[in-house]
Design a protein. Structure first.
Length: 128
């Protein structure tokens, strides 16, 4: 679902000052996901410390996925434009990617029916 991010620090793109960016994480395609992973890994490699990262806690991956959610609906914006974003705008964009990774919106998750009892659920052994 397309949403709009209001920037605290305007971004200059192709000579135009942007104060808002539309984005839609559901429009991120496989190539964009791979690019986000590659760019995140490149940042990790440039870091001297060796760490194991999982996508759920990889902040640079979240940021690049946020960038891809913006690019998905704004193809005229280049990733190098977005890499100039600063301040809390960076965190807000990373939040977009984190929501995507954690599937907080529920998109793509199987729906559960709480009215139907699971076959593996046993009846309580004590009476109320």
């Amino acid at each position: 679902m397309k949403k709009t991010l209001k920037l605290m620090h305007p971004l200059l793109v192709n000579g135009q000052e942007m104060t808002e960016l539309d984005y839609d994480a559901e429009e991120i395609n496989a190539v964009q996901y791979s690019i986000a992973c590659q760019r995140s890994a490149a940042i990790s490699k440039s870091n001297q410390s060796v760490t194991v990262k999982f996508r759920e806690n990889d902040n640079s991956l979240h940021m690049y996925l946020g960038f891809m959610a913006i690019i998905a609906v704004n193809p005229q914006i280049d990733i190098t434009d977005l890499e100039r974003i600063k301040g809390t705008d960076v965190l807000n964009i990373a939040d977009i990617g984190q929501v995507f990774i954690l599937r907080i919106s529920g998109a793509g998750l199987p729906q559960s029916n709480s009215d139907v009892q699971s076959e593996t659920t046993q009846e309580p052994s004590t009476q109320a």
